[in-house]
Design a protein around this ligand. Sequence first.
Ligand code: MN
Length: 733
Amino acid sequence: MGASTQTSHQQQPGLAVQGAECIYRISDLCEVLERYLDPQEIRRVYDAFLFSAEAHDGQHRLTGEPYITHPVAAAYILAEMRMDHQIIMAAILHDVIEDTPTAKKQLEGLFGKDVAALVDGVTKLTQIDFKNQAEAQAENFRKMILAMAQDIRVILIKLADRLHNMRTLGAMRPEKRRRVARETLEIYAPIAQRLGMNVLRLELEELAFSSIYPKRYRALREAVLKARGNRKEVLGAIDTGIRRRLSQEQLEGEVISREKHLYSLYMKMRSKQLRFSEVLDVYAFRIKVDRVDTCYRVLGAMHNLYKPIPGSFNDYIAIPKSNGYQSLHTSLFGPHGIPIEIQIRTEKMDKVAESGIAAHWSYKTGEAVSGKNQAQVKAREWMKELIKLQKDVGSSEEFIESVKIDMFPDEVYVFTPVGDIMEFPRGASVIDFAYAVHSDIGHSCVAARVNRHPVPLSTELHNGDTIEIITSRGMAPDPAWLDFVTTARARTRIRAYLKNLKESEAIDLGRKMLDKSLANLSSSYEVITSKQMHALLKSMGLKSVELLLEKIGMGNLPALMVARRLLPQAVEKKKTPWSFLRRFKKNALPIKGTEGTLVNFARCCYPIPGDNIVGYTTAGRGIVIHRSGCPNIAEQRNHPEKWVNVQWESDANLEFRAGIRVDVANKRGVLATVATEVADRESNIENVQIEERDGRMVALNMVITAHDRKHLAAIMRQIKRLKPVTKITRNQG
Ligand code: MN
């Protein structure tokens, strides 16, 4: 009973049957499977059925049937396309998991990883809520669905699921019916078209059309049926004419008269502003032949038989459509000037035209079909074929790009809380999302929720996620965010913010420094009049006080000099209490060329002068100096732009920390002995950790101070001479 639905529908397009003949039994399914699957494979399908029937036991569809009839029907649709047994199994199981990981695990155990992954993929697609979405976003939805289904078979199952739901739409409330129908027309039918699955697409369109515009559908349908009687004679005459001409030319081909689908008639009326009689007054035929060159010979014969309508010929064999569709299309003036449309194509092209990408999963005996990779390989094969088709005729890169983007997107699509879709590069994080919404949201974000669950800000975005950003007043971007943002927008905004922050910090620091210098001249920043300040700015050619303070804070302008120019008569006090300014004195800089930059020494490898070093820049935190052999820098290799070449300043006589490890015999007073030796060499112990090795030996991990490598080497030599010391090494990091 089921098999006839699809075929009769194909032959009588435009007269879609809704609600009728949609109940499939497992026996109907097995009957179709027996035509192309192995008995063991059918057995596995049957096992999946038993599991699914049990899972759905007691559930019913709105139509009143037991729920299991729905997944079996979806599987049936796929079986008619001769899909492999994994797709059929997954289709039967497609509604059994509702986001419970245990259920997925169970399916894995029972039916294998591939089937479980397919079911999981379909479940995820189903969970996307289209309800509140704007129509304008349909394009993005389609992309998102394609992006979500890493295995294209997931989409095939989803389409079969949707087709059966559309066939049984009648049971739903009118309002919901219209919504589902619109979604089908806007999202699923175009996806089917993109994948070249035209038979399925046409049925989806017909069903959706009849649900959205039931009156127009009925009127059009009645008119078509009425016209059919009148058309019969003309149709017969043209058909005979075509056949006769083919046999005269000794050309073999199957001639089929086609009736246009109601939805395409409707669209044609709407787009071309035609009246019903005008759209219907077209007679359409298809001629199927064996080989490509026969197509062109048949075309010649037809142009010979009836006069072609100028400008109506399309060669989709030489230039295939982007979904792989190939055919010759021409329109002719028939008897009494009646317009005739003819499609000419090979059997193979016809198969592609009907099922597109699905043709690639058609079961072929002896061919092992398993695994997601295999599925991906097939999808790529299909794409390769499309590209080859286009390359043969030397068409544009653009086409290849469009197919690639559609089929294998590098983007992820996520929802805002109000249902807008936003597109991001793969690997983008919640922070990228926040900045895409608004810079202020980015700057002030403190936490996020993905699908209502709280997540850290570094969380990567996944297709279909709904993202909600929690902001807080007074928050500021963290330089660490730069490590996990991928969009240029977020990166630029964070950098700009940090740069501003740095300026304002410099201004703050500059003010403090100037105040101290003024204090040294028995004055203070508060008592400087604006007149004094303006005179100074003018003499120095500076535009604002902030600029002056920033220059001081950045170390570009000595505070004492500024203070003296402000108060030329003042007498300097003897002592300078601001030793903290030492890092701005040129001769005290440990690293060359770092005036005004914050320099830190890594606490993992403790570099000291004489070591080979590299600098790692972090916005807002200055440069961190590591020893070039430090294992921690390997992790940052991915950010070469952050590394800077640095050199020690030769005459900087400062103290640095260094980490050493001393293996000693576990004796009373051994630490004191070592400590004395360190102190004797003008070094300090900053930290010691004692590590018990066995009863007799301990290791001392110490952080000590040293001026440079030479100094450190001298200290280590001294320690090594001590009796209880067996080994001394410098820690690498
Ligand atoms: Mn379903």
